[in-house]
Each structure stands twice: as structure tokens, then as C-alpha cells.
Ligand binder design. Structure first.
Ligand SMILES: [Zn+2]
Length: 295
């Protein structure tokens, strides 16, 4: 179970020793305080919020890169209709008919209307998309729903229309997208899991089935926050880490959302290393949506 952090009661002399200038697990150990190695953020032990804050600040700077996480660098490519037209799969007239049907209905994806109006099969659509993205089409026969439900918060997967399928025999994550690849999400999941990831597409009905089966499995508890400035973001991160006292934690960004994952007990680690979880027990996710006020 998560260890709830309590402020250690220490006298003035200890307090001096306890300052983060003397911040090594050894000091804490010699002082006879328990939890000699918590909380850990990105591989570093932190004696206090004072000690943790600069690490948080630089991690946010690193993740934000181009201003605080507001950029949406989706790799825009040709819309599906134009792509099929260019590839000679449909005619200009067919394109117009499908677009008109979609517009009149006021809902539904272009791909769905292609199937309805032109009776185009999913594999034709998937092959066209795969050619556009130069990526494989993944099947779902060896889907690992229980394990995949633990890989990333559903909120992030939904936003990018992605679903993880399995960890391959070669130890690589297969991450499937519905229509377009999202490099930001893929890199974040890869860094969080600490193993390599391959991006691909899944056919519509495979995608839906995989998503349903994964959503039925147990997920890691998520706390969500919304902030509009960097100090508020820092504050949530420091509080979360000091409160949960993780033995390992990682921090990444997906578009305008920051994702902190905390491994709370040694048993959740693999030879001391945080990796793709095997169980939702004693792992926590924190999602912080960064939404700066319009200028
Ligand atoms: Zn310290």
C-alpha cells in the first residue's frame, strides 16, 4: 500500500544535518529515520521539498522545450480522402459523394462513410494509411489486455486514438493508432516504460476490439489536475511526490499534458528498475493538463 508521508519530527541539530546540502541516503540512515531511499524522482533521492523542487523545475523545462507544453506537433499528412484519390483508389466523384454524405449526416469518420457509401473494406483503407505513414498494420491475435491496461493512462490513449497491443517477444511495445501516428505519445510511452516501441496502425474493428478488451482490465489509478501556470504545475508535482514517497518515478509530456508515474514499493520494480508494470498495485499516475490563459 502507498506510504502516506508524514513530516519527520526532528530537532534543530538533526534539521541542520537534514538539509538537502547533506542530501544522501546515508545521512537519513544514520539519523535512524525510516524510508532511507524515498522519495525518488528520476533516479535521485530527495530529502525534502526544498531538495526536490529544483529537480522538478529542470524536469519541466526539459519536457516543455518550446514553451510550456502547448505545442501540438501532430504530424499532419494528407486527409484520408485525398490520399485515396491520389493513390487512385477512389475517383474525384466518389470522394465528393462520400464527403457530401459525411457533411449531411454531420457526424462519423470519413473512413466509416467510405465503408457505408462505397462498401470499401477496412483492409483497403488500412493499407492506404499504412503506406502514407510507412508503418505496419498490426493484428490483435496476441493482444495482452491485462498488461496493456497498465502501460499508459486511458485519457492519453483516447486523446491520440491509440491502443497498445502487446510487448513482443523481442521486448518491444506495439502501439497501434486508428488513423494517424502521434509521435509525442509514442515517445512518452517509450520513455515511461523504459523499453523500445514500434508504431503501427490497426484496422478499425481490430482497434475497437482491442480498446474494449483493454478498458475491461484493471488500470493504474490516475489523479488528474488542470493548471494554467508553471508554479502550480511544480506545486502539484512536489506535493504528489512528497505525499506518495515513491521508490521510483518518471516524468514525461504528451502535447499539453504532463504525466508523472510513481512506483510506490520495491516489489513493483524489476531488479530495482522501473519498467512496464505487471500489476496496478502500488503504482500511481498523475496527469496534469497545462492550459495557459489566452494572451
Ligand atoms: Zn536533499
Amino acid at each position: 500500500m502507498p506510504v502516506v508521508a508524514t513530516e519527520p519530527r526532528i530537532n534543530a541539530k538533526q534539521n541542520l544535518l537534514y538539509s538537502h546540502n547533506a542530501c544522501t541516503p546515508g545521512w537519513k540512515h544514520r539519523l535512524g529515520l525510516r524510508s532511507v531511499n524515498r522519495p525518488v524522482f528520476e533516479g535521485a533521492w530527495n530529502c525534502s521539498p526544498t531538495c526536490l523542487l529544483p529537480r522538478i523545475t529542470s524536469a519541466i523545462k526539459r519536457e516543455a522545450g518550446d514553451g510550456c507544453g502547448v505545442s501540438r506537433q501532430y504530424q499532419h499528412r494528407l486527409p484520408l480522402g485525398l490520399l485515396l484519390l491520389q493513390q487512385g483508389t477512389i475517383t474525384q466523384e466518389e470522394l465528393q459523394i462520400v464527403l457530401q454524405a459525411q457533411r449531411t449526416a454531420g457526424h462519423g469518420r470519413f473512413g466509416d462513410w467510405l465503408r457505408i457509401i462505397l462498401h470499401m473494406d477496412e483492409s483497403t483503407i488500412a493499407r492506404s494509411l499504412a503506406r502514407q505513414w510507412s508503418c505496419p498494420i498490426f493484428g490483435i491475435t496476441d493482444l495482452q489486455p491485462a498488461r496493456m491496461a497498465l502501460l499508459a493512462p486511458a485519457q492519453l490513449l483516447h486523446a491520440s486514438e491509440a491502443v497498445p497491443l502487446r510487448i513482443s517477444l523481442e521486448g518491444r511495445i506495439h502501439l497501434a493508432f486508428r488513423e494517424s501516428l502521434d509521435a509525442s505519445l509514442a515517445i512518452a510511452i517509450e520513455r515511461m516504460a523504459g523499453i523500445r516501441l514500434d508504431k503501427g496502425l490497426a484496422m478499425a474493428h481490430d482497434f475497437e476490439e482491442a480498446r474494449e478488451r483493454i478498458e475491461e482490465a484493471d488500470a493504474i489509478p490516475v489523479t488528474e489536475h488542470r493548471v494554467d501556470n508553471t508554479p502550480a504545475l511544480e506545486d502539484i508535482l512536489v506535493r504528489s511526490i512528497m505525499h506518495s514517497q515513491p521508490v521510483a518515478s518518471r516524468f514525461v509530456r504528451v502535447h499539453s499534458t504532463f504525466w508523472l508515474r510513481m512506483w510506490l514499493e520495491e516489489a513493483t520494480l524489476n531488479n530495482g528498475i522501473a519498467g512496464p508494470p505487471h500489476s496496478p498495485i502500488d503504482i500511481q499516475d498523475v496527469l496534469i493538463h497545462f492550459d495557459p490563459p489566452a494572451q
